[in-house]
Design a protein around this ligand. Structure first.
Ligand SMILES: Nc1ncnc2c1ncn2[C@@H]1O[C@H](COP(=O)(O)OP(=O)(O)OP(=O)(O)O)[C@@H](O)[C@H]1O
Length: 289
């Protein structure tokens, strides 16, 4: 399996620069989270990567081969998104056949089992399904299609909590049986944290983080205590967020704390989870001198 390389991608809509020199690599058989606030450009990026829209500059390579207008390369990349490319009156079972036509070797048996688990009949048309079950039908295609890179743009749209849980289980099941690369773009960060190996965070048209979730979280802290002691301890660090409760100050940082600062007794360090780290990183920061 080849790696997928995104090189210096730029995209403008009118005067608005949506992506500005975005570069990163996706490795085979890994689960990535693509995170960004509303309007950050996640869907735009996924659409460019799968040739649905064109970049103003830059390219996407599968191995050494540019994917733009290259059918063989594109048949290794599958994007499930909110946009329905299929006619409303298509029956669910026909979407399976269409996926096989384009990508080959669709896993009909597993897809049928998944549909049953979601409580969908394969004879239903997409139009007849509720929003959540239409998402479930689309996920069933995405998890059974024969592609090495599967991009899931807001894969839980409309799914209730039980069906989201089922989707996460099905994702891990198929990933264990046949490892391939998944990129999940979602706002439900707490729910997917355990599934993700790496995280790519888009903010202000660029990638601000691209690393293993474990590495990122190892350096993500809330530091709290008396305001003067917190200020002293964090001198020179980039403070991402700061809040004050009476005399107690709590700040967030993403920084290696392996220097020789001494932590005062009254100051507490706590690790942040991925949701809080993301919120802190994308809220705008200030330099604390
Ligand atoms: N076809 C288009 N024409 C003009 N502007 C567009 C078009 N598509 C997207 N945009 C703009 O590009 C920006 C990025 O949109 P995009 O859908 O990629 O963001 P997103 O990160 O997926 O957001 P969300 O989390 O809200 O789904 C937005 O400001 C959006 O309005």
């Amino acid at each position: 399996m080849n790696k997928l390389t995104i090189q210096h991608v730029k995209k403008r809509f009118g005067r608005k620069q949506i992506l500005n020199d975005v570069s990163f690599e996706l490795a085979p058989a890994k689960i990535y989270g693509l995170l960004g606030r509303n309007g950050a450009g996640k869907s735009t990026l996924l659409n460019i990567m799968t040739n649905r829209i064109f970049a103003n500059q830059g390219q996407v390579l599968l191995g050494q081969t540019p994917v733009a207008n290259n059918q063989a390369a594109l048949s290794e990349l599958y994007l499930m998104s909110e946009v329905d490319l299929l006619m409303k009156h298509t029956k669910v079972k026909d979407t399976f056949a269409m996926a096989e036509d384009v990508y080959g070797q669709f896993d009909f048996a597993n897809a049928t089992r998944m549909l049953n688990a979601f409580g969908i009949s394969e004879k239903d048309t997409l139009a007849k399904l509720s929003t959540g079950l239409r998402t479930a039908a689309k996920l069933t295609v995405a998890l059974n299609v024969n592609a090495n890179y599967i991009f899931l743009d807001e894969p839980t749209l409309g799914l209730d909590a039980n069906h989201r849980e089922l989707f996460y289980q099905e994702l891990m099941r198929t990933y264990e049986e046949r490892p391939r690369t998944f990129v999940i773009s979602t706002h439900l960060i707490s729910e997917v944290q355990q599934l993700l190996e790496d995280v790519i965070i888009l903010d202000h048209a660029t990638i601000i983080k691209n690393e293993a979730v474990s590495d990122l979280l190892a350096n993500a802290y809330e530091i709290s205590g008396p305001a003067d002691l917190v200020a002293e301890y964090t001198a020179g660090m980039q403070i991402l967020t700061s809040r004050q409760l009476g005399k107690i100050q709590a700040v967030t940082v993403v920084a290696a704390l392996n220097d020789h600062r001494v932590l005062p007794d009254q100051v507490k360090l706590a690790h942040l989870d991925l949701q809080k780290t993301f919120t802190a990183l994308t809220n705008g920061g200030e330099k604390h001198e």
